[in-house]
Design a protein around this ligand. Structure first.
Ligand code: MG
Length: 395
């Protein structure tokens, strides 16, 4: 008998946001698996130097630089190569539908990921979703669209990847509850007095994960966990009461599913975003790698505690937004993007971020059944209001 080996054909990947933390780690996975992945498209916000370097190495067919002022330097640097260069945010939606690509990794920051994700779904591409804001802003719309076009949304967020992995083989079984684990961020156990005085440099030091600036601040305020609660609702079709958050400072248990018989499944591992990235882009197959393995003796104790939603109000606001539904999570997300940017520019204090978000949620009209245009309008409106509120704050 001949041995029959099924050879996996090469998968073409589009990476939207290739110069960010997730994008660069995704390219490490591609580099380590040259016979399995090839890059079809790369896009960057404004880091043209790194984009050029990545393009030279990975030879995509298309690249996008969102910052149009960087178009000429990128175009010139790549002029000897058969590579098409596009500029501007609108080009993201165009390249997201690029025919050759098998999967689109959305590693953009913020609600800017919404339109290209829609374009990719409509072109029948599976989505490796790292841009959680897309589901926060318009989860109902996006999940319905994915179902209509029969595409998969494969989570890259480590908690959601964990839940997703725990659910393999459990398709017929009902979920009772999920627990999203949270590291607690750099200010775990701190009170409001301490938090009122902290600066961005302190907030940018995450204990377990190395990530981009926006998500690192979101982790410090627990907004990241709040956004993940909303993301989980849409990815796994859950009620808000089926989602709980538990602080687990070691970040080894990435999340837990509890089934209706009380049995719990958890997914664990050394914190490394390359694992969920790899799992999403090569789903359903696992790939061998040399990532660091877990050693029990390095972690003789795991601990768990309740999240302090009184001090870290953003998590509470996210639960409130999800309960209200409609465009409320979109309001929360847009206001959050503005306050995080303001905090990173020292224009607003740590605790004031929640105050601005709460005020936007109170002032902007709730639309219970929003259409896509309502989400886009709400996003714009909430950004403007949050911006105005920020300018009124004196620190
Ligand atoms: Mg996460």
């Amino acid at each position: 008998m001949n041995n029959i080996t099924i050879k996996q054909s090469v998968k073409y990947i589009t990476i939207l946001g290739s110069t960010g933390s997730i994008g660069t780690q995704a390219l490490e996975v591609v580099r380590d698996n040259p016979g399995i992945f090839k890059v079809a498209v790369l896009s960057a916000l404004k880091n043209s130097e790194l984009l050029i370097q990545q393009t030279m190495e990975f030879r995509p067919e298309l690249v996008v630089i969102c910052d149009e002022t960087q178009y000429l330097p990128v175009k010139e640097a790549l002029s000897a190569l058969p590579i098409k260069v596009l500029a501007g945010e609108a080009a993201l939606s165009e390249v997201a539908a690029y025919p050759k690509s098998d999967i689109v990794l959305t590693a953009l920051m913020g609600s800017v990921g919404l339109k290209p994700t829609i374009a990719a779904i409509k072109a029948g591409k599976n989505i490796a979703l790292a841009n959680k804001e897309t589901l926060v802003v318009a989860g109902e719309y996006i999940t319905a669209l994915a179902a209509e076009y029969q595409v998969k949304i494969l989570p890259v967020d480590s908690e959601h990847s964990a839940i997703f992995q725990c659910l393999v083989g459990e398709e017929q079984n009902e979920i009772e509850k999920i627990y999203l684990t949270a590291s607690g961020g750099p200010f775990l156990g701190k009170g409001k007095d301490f938090l009122s005085a902290i600066k961005k440099e302190q907030a940018l030091k995450h204990p377990n994960w190395v990530m981009g600036a926006k998500i690192t601040i979101d982790s410090a305020t627990l907004m990241n966990k709040g956004l993940e609660v909303i993301e989980a609702k849409w990815l796994f079709d859950l009620d808000v009461d089926q989602i709980d958050v538990i602080v687990h400072p070691q970040s080894v248990i990435h999340s837990i599913v509890q089934f209706t018989d009380g049995s719990m499944k958890a997914q664990m591992g050394v914190p490394d975003m390359k694992l969920p990235i790899q799992y999403a882009i090569n789903y359903p197959d696992r790939l061998k790698n040399n990532f660091k393995r877990f050693n029990f003796l390095d972690y003789p104790n795991f601990s768990f505690q309740q999240a302090d939603r009184e001090t870290f109000r953003n998590l509470d606001l996210a639960f409130k937004a999800l309960r209200k539904g409609g465009n409320m999570p979109c309001i929360l997300n847009a206001a959050n993007e503005i306050v995080v940017e303001a905090f990173l520019k020292d224009k607003i204090g740590f605790l004031e971020m929640s105050e601005v978000i709460e005020q936007c949620m109170a002032e902007i009209r709730l639309i219970e059944k929003p259409q896509l245009t309502d989400y886009l309008e709400t996003d714009k409106h909430s950004r403007i209001l949050a911006g105005e509120l920020v300018t009124k704050i004196k620190i």
